[in-house]
Design a protein around this ligand. Sequence first.
Ligand code: UDP
Ligand code: MG
Length: 146
Amino acid sequence: MGVERTLAIIKPDAVAKNAVGAILKAIQDSGLRVIGLKMIQLTEQQARGFYAVHKARPFYGDLVRFMTSGPVVVAALEGEGAIARWRDLMGPTDATKAPKGTIRGDFGSDVERNASHGSDAPETARVELAYFFNAAEIQAPVEALP
Ligand code: UDP
Ligand code: MG
């Protein structure tokens, strides 16, 4: 599998709950590295574009409203098998079904307000990371430092 990069988003519900620090701590305690980080307010265009794959779904409009309802924190994560590890740590999409000890179980509320996003495959991770970060905003691998 090797070292992977993935995109994490701490969604507006979790930011409003003051859970940014707790979620970043859980990520780091799991051994994943934070290699890029910023807090941003998504525009409607950005949210619609990010979730374009879901545009035909009945929840799309509400999802875009939710994702633009307040600031989010976007993070680039790196580690061995990072894509699956971050999704495992988040728990299932529906926060009401997510176990305690997962991000969605601990900080989410329901199937929409589920505290976090994680890329689901290498190609989506690449596209989603590029959606929010340029090359200068992502930390170089440790072995590449002078
Ligand atoms: N979502 C929703 N209703 C649903 C399914 C999903 O509001 O029935 C929202 C939820 O915030 C979810 C996002 O849409 O995280 C993207 O859905 P996806 O199926 O890709 O779930 P994820 O990959 O985030 O687990
Ligand atoms: Mg998804």
